[in-house]
Structures are given as structure tokens and as C-alpha cells.
Design a protein around this ligand. Sequence first.
Ligand code: ACO
Length: 334
Amino acid sequence: MTSSDAFGVRIAGAGSAVPDRRLTNADLEKLMDTSDEWIVQRTGIRERRVVDQEVEGTFTLSRDALRRALDDAGMDARDLDQIIVATVTAEMTCPSTACRISAELGATPAGAFDLVAACSGFVYGINVADALMRAGHCRTIAVIGCDAMSTVIDYSERSVSILFGDAAGAVVLAREENDPTVGCIYSSTQADGSMWESLYMPRRSQEVPLQDSDNPIKLGCLRMNGREIYRFAITKFREVIQEALDATGLGVDDISQFVCHQSNLRILENAKQKLGLPDDKVHINIDRYGNSSAGSVGLCFDQLWQAGKIRRGDHVLFVAFGGGLTWAVSVWKI
Ligand code: ACO
């Protein structure tokens, strides 16, 4: 979709939140048969943040990230018309995390809903928000990507648990009357549901595909065919970035930052090498935060934003893929 409207959509503020508690590779070595060397070599991850489940979770991380984004924007929750929380780890499916945040921060009667697109959730969220704003339905929207993956990990199983961490990233989007050129200039929000069995969280044994019937991972926890996702991601990452560049007529030099989902360092390095993306245009924090699913792109954006590495007028490309399987890309003029 390419937009051309009489007003723009400004990223008015950003914020993020991560738990204080660190889970290092050395900690994992004590829990399972793995090694720091294997994890670093296969994934680039050295540590990740995990919630204290007594007092923290998706709700608190999302709320804190949004508070910081509102402060950064100089806005109040009452200014919001809509709150979108992208997550697969909501404490409750009813009410949505977004409704609880709205109540806590005082955003009533803003619309509020959760969106499920796994690691693609934040990019799905900003694409949906941009469309709502362009259609004239809303003037100010908060988009939060958050997952507390540690709450859905079976730490007795090494194949999945080493990858994931907990984080939230948020942006506040506002209608920009003075400059119609700012905002999303290209977006794509896609999925291939036929590959859902590569990554899923079954609540009931009836949902478990036959080929996984002897999988030892607990019900309610994340199951993943790492090799299949890896193969998919390596190709898809490159393809969607190239499609976005072709559609916008922008080259790598025209984009100041490629804000990428932090899935695995090897996947990121492959995309960088194949597309010729310079190191300083691809923020990497997977070594310190692991793969925080819907939290990762918003967390990267906030770190770049607070460090002054993204400025007004810059072009920024957001890209993610994840369970579903889903993928999404979004190119913004900031
Ligand atoms: N420690 C030590 N050894 C391990 C571990 C571990 N934690 N896990 C697996 N191994 C062993 C395996 O048993 C296997 O041993 P074998 O050869 O004797 O059978 C060997 O290491 C290789 O296993 P693979 O699964 O082939 O390892 P691979 O190189 O594919 O790395 C990984 C696994 C890191 C999971 C990789 O496949 C990957 O990153 N895939 C993409 C995952 C991803 O991005 N997921 C997020 C999707 S986004 C979302 O929506 C949540």
C-alpha cells in the first residue's frame, strides 16, 4: 500500500521497558545441557532479560513503555484515541492488555485492543495504526510491542529456551497537519498460515500436530522448528527489504536505519551481507536482550531514538517476521 493524503503521521515519542533481571548463558548452563560457546556461535545471544513473574509481566512492561513514550511525546494518556498492544503473552485474552493499560493510565474512551502476530506484531501494529490514521478514524495512536517470552518457555528444554527474552517498545503516533510527507510511505503486512506448525503455543494436546506428538515441551509453552524458521527467515528477510526498496525507489543509502527484528545474529548478518547494509544502519542488541518477539523492533527503535540516531526527515525501514508465519515491513519518513 502506498499512501498519499493531505496530512502526515508523526512519530511523536518512543519508549521501552525491560526487566532488571538478567538471564545469562552461564545461568542457562546450570539449567540445561548447553554452553555459552554454542549459544553465542549459533545465535549471538549472551544474555536476555526475564520478568519476575510475581510482580512483572506483559501488562507492566507494556504500561511502562507507553508511559515513557507519552512522556517523550509530551502527551498525556487522555490524548490517545487508540491503544494497540501487539503480544502473544498477554496475561489474559479478555480483557485485552490494551484495555488494562487504558484503565491504569486514564485513556478512556480511547479504543484499545491486542494484536497477535508474534514477532511481527510491532510492525503489524504501526501499519494498522497508520491505516487507521490515514482513514481519518484517529488522530493519536499508541502502538506497543511487548512479549514476556520467559512466561511461555519450558526451561527444561534447550532447543527453544536459549533464544528468548522479555521486552516492550512503544511509539505514540500523531496526526501531522503541517507536513503530509511524513509518516508511512510503504507498508506490507503478510502471512502464510500453512506454516503455523513451525512455531506455536498449544494449550490443549488436541492442537498438537502429529509430527510433534512426542515433543517433550510442556503444553502452554512455545514449540519451534528452529531449522524451518531459520530457512524461512533467511530468504524472507532479504526479500521483503528488497521489495520495500524497489516499491519506494529508495536505495540503501537513502535509509538511515533498518530497524530489524532481533531473531538470530546469523539471520541479521546474512541480510546485511546480501543487501550490502552497513553496520551503522542495522542496530543490533540481540547479544544483550535475546529475541523479545513483539518487543524487539520497538526496543531497537527506542534505543536509536533516545541516542539521537534517528532524526526528523530521515527514512527508516522497520522489518520483522515471526510465528503464523507472519512478516511485515514499513518504511517511514520520520
Ligand atoms: N545447546 C547445545 N546444543 C544444542 C542446543 C543448545 N541450546 N539446541 C540444540 N542443540 C544441538 C541439537 O541437539 C543438534 O545436535 P545434533 O546435531 O547432535 O542433533 C545441534 O545442536 C544442531 O541443532 P539445530 O537445531 O540444527 O541448530 P541450529 O544451528 O539450527 O540452531 C536455532 C538452532 C538457534 C534455534 C536456529 O535454528 C534458529 O535461530 N532458528 C530461527 C529461530 C527464530 O528466529 N525463531 C524466532 C521466530 S520469531 C517468533 O515469532 C517467536
